[in-house]
Every structure is written in structure tokens, then in C-alpha cells.
Design a protein around this ligand. Structure first.
Ligand code: THU
Length: 144
């Protein structure tokens, strides 16, 4: 972690991937046995992490990315700069549709989604690529 010229903390992608990997270790996933870790970098340089949290009532389960987003929003986060997702899948797993939509809500054209696996493979996307034709608040303008 370094301090940039703007005074904001600079966190490298490698550090974010490591934070997501560690967060994954807290996953509560006894039903799917698919542990996911997330690390979110806000545009003001803060990092929030999350893991998936499952429930015996399966439908209550929550993805790692949204846990991180909810934590960040509850701490005043305005904008997501990057979301990193780490899984142990052979083919690196991208975020589900709900998490893409939730990332879009707090994202910008510059928001990056970085997916990685424990084998060290990494892929980078813009949220726009993962969620073309997104629904957002623009469509609610003018609605009474
Ligand atoms: N999961 C995530 O945490 N993030 C995603 O983007 C996809 C799926 C979790 C939900 C569930 O606990 C497990 O992975 C299997 O679907």
C-alpha cells in the first residue's frame, strides 16, 4: 500500500487479490462447498472485503461481492473503483448477474471487475462489458 499524489491510498491489484483470498477463508458455504472471497476498492481508496454466507434456507444465501458492497455502503462508500472476486474454480468464475447489477449501481464507466482463482489466473473486465444494456436510475427519471 502506497500514498499517491492525490493523498489517496494506492492499493495494487495484487494486494486486493490477496485480501479477497483471505476473505474467502471466512466463507460460510457448507451447502454449495463453493467458497468465494471479494475485495472492493472504493474511489476514495478504501478497501472492504466480503465472503459468501449461505443458509440452510438456501434462498437466503448471499454472494461475497454483495456482502462487500453492503459493508462499503453502510460505511459511506460513494463509488466502486474495483471489485476483485477470488474462487477456487479451474475456469475463473465471474460475478453472478445480481452482483453485476449491484456493482453497476455504485460503479462508473471506469469500474473494473477483476476475477482470479487460487491457481493464480487473473482476468480483468470493465463492469460495462459484463453488464451491457444495464438497468439503472436513469430509467426511473420522470416516473411519478
Ligand atoms: N457466489 C458468490 O459468492 N458470488 C458470485 O458471484 C456467484 C456465486 C456464491 C453464492 C453461493 O454461496 C455459492 O457461491 C454457490 O453459488
Amino acid at each position: 500500500m502506497t500514498v499517491g499524489i492525490t493523498g489517496l491510498t494506492m492499493v495494487s491489484d495484487e494486494e486486493l487479490i490477496e485480501k479477497a483470498r483471505l476473505a474467502r477463508m471466512s466463507a460460510h458455504a457448507p451447502y454449495s462447498n463453493f467458497q468465494v472471497g471479494a475485495a472492493l476498492l472504493t474511489s476514495d481508496g478504501r478497501v472492504f472485503t466480503g465472503c459468501n454466507v449461505e443458509n440452510s434456507t438456501y434462498g437466503l444465501s448471499m454472494c461475497a461481492e454483495r456482502v462487500a458492497i453492503f459493508k462499503a455502503v453502510s460505511e459511506g462508500m460513494q463509488e466502486i473503483a474495483k471489485v476483485v472476486v477470488v474462487t477456487d474454480s479451474e475456469d475463473i468464475a465471474p460475478p453472478c448477474g445480481c452482483c453485476r447489477q449491484m456493482t453497476w449501481e455504485f460503479g462508473s464507466e471506469a469500474t473494473q471487475v477483476i476475477i482470479a482463482n487460487l491457481a493464480g489466473q487473473v482476468r480483468r473486465y470493465q463492469i460495462r462489458e459484463l453488464l451491457p444494456q444495464a438497468f439503472d436510475s436513469r430509467f426511473l427519471e420522470g416516473v411519478r
